[in-house]
Design a protein around this ligand. Structure first.
Ligand code: SAM
Length: 204
């Protein structure tokens, strides 16, 4: 009990540091630090790449990705919430599961996608039995809707959640990529069930 309490305190304290730091450096969100950690360890984004950022607002990941792809690369972002413009980022306002939005995204893609990032968090009720299947179901939908535009050897990074259905999704996605891992960034609150699946080398 005591441990859980201190852990929560520590976790909030650490994440508050990230909020403060993101304000200080002008990053759009604390999430910026999560992608920074993912990139530092896994090197998912390289100069010249085309990156699709799903669930992008307020824009920390798009900001980060646009710097990594440099001048010759491109970032396409989508969210149901508006996002202030970021240089070299094409933003599409709408629901990633809607057909017209999917078509808009597909139209913007010139040479297909090297990296798909998905940081979407669905609305949750706080009841694990309802929320967990909803989250994993959303993961499946993203994978199945968007993998057709991922290049061979492409990379897929998706926010997922610990729970009984994670292993099933993990096992399925594992068959489609050469390398896969589950990653919990320090910038992610320790008590949250959020994790990231990093899948490298799409087999096509
Ligand atoms: C955790 S935030 C993303 C933070 C972002 N990665 C950043 O670095 O600033 C999750 C986002 O998912 C978006 N979202 C949730 N459902 C969505 C949907 N169906 N289509 C598009 N965006 C969605 C929310 O509007 C929210 O902005």
């Amino acid at each position: 009990m005591h441990y859980a309490h201190s852990n929560t305190w520590l976790s909030k304290h650490v994440s508050d540091q990230f909020v403060k730091k993101s304000k200080r450096f002008g990053y759009r969100s604390r999430a910026w630090f999560k992608l920074n950690e993912i990139q530092k360890i896994n090197n998912v984004i390289s100069p010249g790449m085309t990156v699709l950022d799903l669930g992008s607002s307020p824009g920390g990941w798009s900001q980060y990705a646009s710097k990594q792809v440099k001048k010759q690369g491109h970032v396409i972002s989508c969210d149901i919430q508006p996002m202030h413009a970021i240089p070299k980022v094409s933003f599409i306002l709408g629901d990633v599961f809607k057909k017209n939005i999917l078509n808009n995204i597909f139209k913007k893609i010139k040479n297909k996608i090297d990296v798909i990032l998905c940081d979407i968090a669905p609305n949750i009720t706080g009841i694990t039995e309802i929320d967990h299947p909803k989250c994993i179901n959303m993961n499946y939908k993203i994978l199945n809707l968007y993998r057709s535009i991922l290049l061979k050897n492409g990379i897929f990074v998706i926010k997922s959640f610990h729970g009984s259905d994670l292993i099933t999704f993990y096992t399925e996605i594992k068959q489609l990529f050469n390398k896969i891992k589950i990653f919990k960034p320090n910038a992610s609150r320790a008590h949250s069930k959020e994790i990231y699946i990093i899948a490298i080398g799409y087999k096509k």
